[in-house]
Write a protein that binds this ligand. Sequence first.
Ligand SMILES: Nc1ncnc2c1ncn2[C@@H]1O[C@H](COP(=O)(O)OP(=O)(O)OP(=O)(O)O)[C@@H](O)[C@H]1O
Ligand SMILES: [Mg+2]
Length: 320
Amino acid sequence: MFEGKGWGDLFLEDSRNQAFNQVILDVINEKMVNLHRRVPYVQPGGKTLQLSITGSFFRENEQIAGIVVILHDVTEIQLLHDREKQVLREKHRLERERAEGLTLLATAVAHQIRNPVMSIGGFAMRILNKMDENSSIAVYLKNILSDAERLEAIVRVVSEYTRIPAAKPVQVSIAAILEKEMAQLQAKAAELSMRVTWSLALSVVEFAVDPALFRRAIYEVLLNAMEFSKGNEVSVTIFLSEGQNGLLMEIVDNGAGISEKDMPYVFDPFFTTKAVGVGMGLCLVKRIVGEHGGDVRIDSEPGKGTKVIMGFPDQAPVPV
Ligand SMILES: Nc1ncnc2c1ncn2[C@@H]1O[C@H](COP(=O)(O)OP(=O)(O)OP(=O)(O)O)[C@@H](O)[C@H]1O
Ligand SMILES: [Mg+2]
């Protein structure tokens, strides 16, 4: 397309091609080798192309030998990417709308249940205090009390879920957040007489996330790694890397693993294999990662361990 044309033809006096011209100027002025940029280029006919440019400055015997500029027309690829992003944004919008509807329902139900549950628990406790602890009625009352406490815990975590705000990502030290959460869980491990070996393999230190939400999600995943260990010991490794799509975090444990039959349900609200558990941890995690425009999935081998894989894109999706 540019074959046989001189620099004058390429360096059009068109201010819209400033980014394109700048690449060539940078190669010459900074004597750069392998400078790579993606820039728009407006053709004389007015059509805008997306060009991928690689430019290099060459010397021979301390003399300037010239510059080489390789241009790739990536307009079609860029259009495909834009269309993909558009589809993804629409998918997120629909998911958000659906989630908002469910959230309203959950808020209303939690609100209606909270007061009766608190009074059931409160009255059961008052009667229990007036009774002989060993009477058979006291046993019934204790059952009422523990079920009321369980319901209160459900209401508490559902209310928390419904109040999760939209993520406001800021650049933070991911390593510092992870270390804080690990320290907090270390104290819990000591309480439970558990030995946890933590390892960090981080090739990214900083990234833009909502710090409070991110901490909350990490806490739940690390807590699961501890709670679903095989015995009193567990090793947990956190891998952090930055790929084309943003931040990739993998939290790997060598615990009990998840059976094939449980796997499809682990992100469902209230799914738990604990004797006394609410089963909202991973549901919260999924919501928080989703609020960042990312996704979470789990790989697990029963008896060997579990890997929770979370992807956080560079930018949260633009609200539409
Ligand atoms: N690291 C893990 N190893 C083994 N099983 C896991 C792990 N993480 C989650 N699970 C399985 O997924 C289920 C759901 O996890 P989730 O965190 O949502 O709820 P929970 O831990 O059971 O209860 P809660 O988090 O509300 O206290 C767990 O009950 C467990 O069966
Ligand atoms: Mg949990």
